[in-house]
Design a binder for this molecule. Structure first.
Ligand code: T3D
Length: 263
């Protein structure tokens, strides 16, 4: 399906899908159209049986959050931000977190406002050295949304979360890596290849096990050790019946590389 504001590429040999936010002149900020297209694209990626997704931006920005020109400030007809978030941003973050495949944000440039938190909602962040992360919300009198108040304290601790959110200061890719927000920083020219290679590597792994691992690691934030041990048992029981488990064990015994199929 042709899109106006994004590009979608699905490599049927590697089973890696790439979605590129494509409004470079506006630093790929979100309009309602882009939200709608992204929702369709995620359906497309899932229906195509992709086994890893790369989310990136065209041009010099990754995503500058909400397009502030796509809001109505007319008295009596003002955009209700709660409605906008309910209709678009929250479903997007939940969808990304629940996709049955690993998701990599390839942050090519500025990631601001909801754009920064969009990256944090992905499983792994690979960032170009020139990229940066800005919790820009405070500069327009808002609170970090799209999961920012949830992701940040868990990943960087309360002191740094408060600092980033209260100042709206730019965090460089290298500092974001040293603070634990980013998996890997690459030279700008290497970003696409690095993210693609990582996605191709993940797409060859036992996808169900990867997704279950993500579920377990997330659940550890609120579970007791006892609950976590039970969850690990349940997931292991489920995966013990998977094709990829049988294949992994067989491959080990036959001393060959496994051929996982994601089922
Ligand atoms: O508000 C709600 O609806 C609730 C939901 C909120 C979610 C949010 O994301 S709120 C936060 C919204 N985002 C921002 O506040 C960030 C705004 N942008 C900036 O602060 C700066 O653009 C950046 C720091 C990200 C980058 O600065 P710089 O100097 O590298 O680029 P620039 O010149 O400011 O931007 C380039 C173009 O993109 C420019 O357009 P022009 O003048 O060349 O035609 C600029 O207006 C446009 N642009 C950048 N960000 C946005 C945008 N246009 C609309 N909305 C944007 N968010």
């Amino acid at each position: 399906m042709p899109f106006e504001t994004i590009r979608v590429d699905i490599d049927t040999s590697t089973r890696v899908a790439t979605i590129t936010l494509n409004r470079p002149d506006k630093l790929n900020s979100f309009t309602r159209t882009m939200h709608g297209e992204l929702a369709h694209a995620l359906d497309e990626v899932e229906n195509a049986g992709a086994r890893a997704l790369v989310l990136t931006g065209a041009g010099r920005g990754f995503c500058a959050g909400q397009d502030l020109a796509d809001l109505d400030f007319t008295p009596g007809a003002m955009t209700d931000l709660g409605d906008l978030i309910d209709a678009h941003f929250n479903p997007l973050i939940k969808r990304l977190q629940a996709l049955p495949m690993p998701v990599i944000a390839a942050v090519n440039g500025t990631a601001a406002g909801a754009g920064a938190n969009l990256a944090l909602a992905c499983d792994l962040v690979v960032a170009a050295r020139s990229a940066s992360f800005i919790q820009a919300f405070v500069k327009i009198g808002l609170v970090p949304d799209s999961g920012g108040t949830w992701f940040l304290p868990k990943r960087v601790g309360m002191a740094r979360a408060l600092g980033l959110a209260m100042t709206g200061d730019k965090l460089s890719a290298e500092k974001a890596e040293s603070w634990g927000l980013v998996w890997q920083v690459t030279d700008d020219a290497e970003l696409a290849a690095t993210a693609n290679a990582l996605a191709a590597q993940l797409a060859k792994q036992p996808t169900r096990a990867i997704v279950a691992t993500r579920e377990a690691l997330r659940a550890s934030a609120t579970n007791t050790l006892g609950q976590q041990l039970d969850l690990e048992r349940d997931l292991q029981r489920e995966l013990g019946n998977s094709h990829d488990y049988a294949e992994g064990v067989q491959a080990f015994i036959e001393k060959r590389a496994p051929r996982f199929e994601g089922r």
